[in-house]
Design a binder for this molecule. Sequence first.
Ligand code: FES
Ligand SMILES: [Fe+2]
Length: 454
Amino acid sequence: METLNVRPNDEIAPSGLRRTLPSSAYLDPAVFATERERIFFREWFCVGRAEALPAAGDFVRVEVVGERVLVVRTGERVLVVRTKDGELRGHYDVCRHRGSRLAIDADPRAALEAVPSGRFRGSIVCPYHAWTYALTGELRAAPFLDERDGLRRAELSLHRVGVRTWGGFVFVNLTPDRAVPLAEQLGDAPARVRSYPLEDLRTARRISYEVAANWKVVVENYNECYHCGPVHPELCEVVPAFKRKGGKDLDWDAGVPHQEGATTFTFTGTTERAPFPGLSEEERIRHKGELVYPNLMISLSPDHVAAFRLWPLDAGHTRIDCDFLFDPREMARPSFDPGDAVGFWDLVNRQDWRICEAVQDGWARARSTSATTRRWRTSRSTSDDTSRSVSATRGITPRARARARRWPRPRPDPGRLRAPPGGPPAPRTRLRRRRASRRRSRRPPRPPRSPRDA
Ligand code: FES
Ligand SMILES: [Fe+2]
């Protein structure tokens, strides 16, 4: 297997700039393929909310690492099934007979759904030859075949996918036999947000975005506030601390303070919704955020949570599902309207995705012009390695900057060919000097007028 030749932490100052990963980490399909194998197929990967599977037989069909993975025919498509005892199980969506998909779209209109889902009636029946599996994955029946035909049911269960939940989020692991416990991967994140009733929250709205940027560009952008001042003026109105000193002094463990009188992420900084029960006094007026590696980002206001699930599609593209979670008691109120939070976040999100795409484009162009392959980011300023960091890419090298200044090259204006002061001579000036030089060389040498001219 190809190895990733990256050195993420060659720090040059204790609390200053660090080199980013090399550009290949953001552009190279081979690196993305390696990430797919080593990260997305081996780590716990968030695929949705358990609330989407309320009853026995419910399933969601997800594509881990996007459509292109399916072409490989390695069975990355996963079924997450809630079995009769309420447990969640995962199976590769591949029949053990001839390899047909088990959950196919009966109705072409279903293809419009971002996350296809449905309900199995007591068992999973393959649409091809009707091999029938229990919801837990064991093969129950294969029409017209038995042991005398060589059918070994015990060896023909659906291939297993690991499934665990935390905070109402469903995680799958495509290599369950080698998976670390989910709790180990989550680290201290659950402890930092333990006051928030994540498991009880429900999704009121989802917005899906297609972003032309590598998934790490999105994660790194989420993990810094250095960009908030230039990119998010509306957000900085609500949270002035985001732009103060480039976000250097933010304490995410304690929560980020809003401006005076504001408590949440809306255009006004206020809302009719009550804060979640169980929050501390500080949490009722502050904002928290967590990156749950590798593909879940959660931003926690006192009254709602914005949960971002990243679906890396290829080296340069990422789909992002943003779920807006609320207290179901608030959602049950006739006056409930999530629009104040959703509208605000949608603006902030689009600002983020736009700048992420600009970064990706910058990476791509730098490679095509043989310019620098490394950029800079600032080091983490928070105390905890798994919490947000303040990082930034900083410009490009002098050589690349010079290239950028020359590009696009201006067409010369024939009427304005005078050279700028101190700069190289303009083309016509150079031509006149060459002609004068040639004329001088054709003249016969003058006799010396004084001994010093000899
Ligand atoms: S492919 Fe599934 S039953 Fe034949
Ligand atoms: Fe941002």
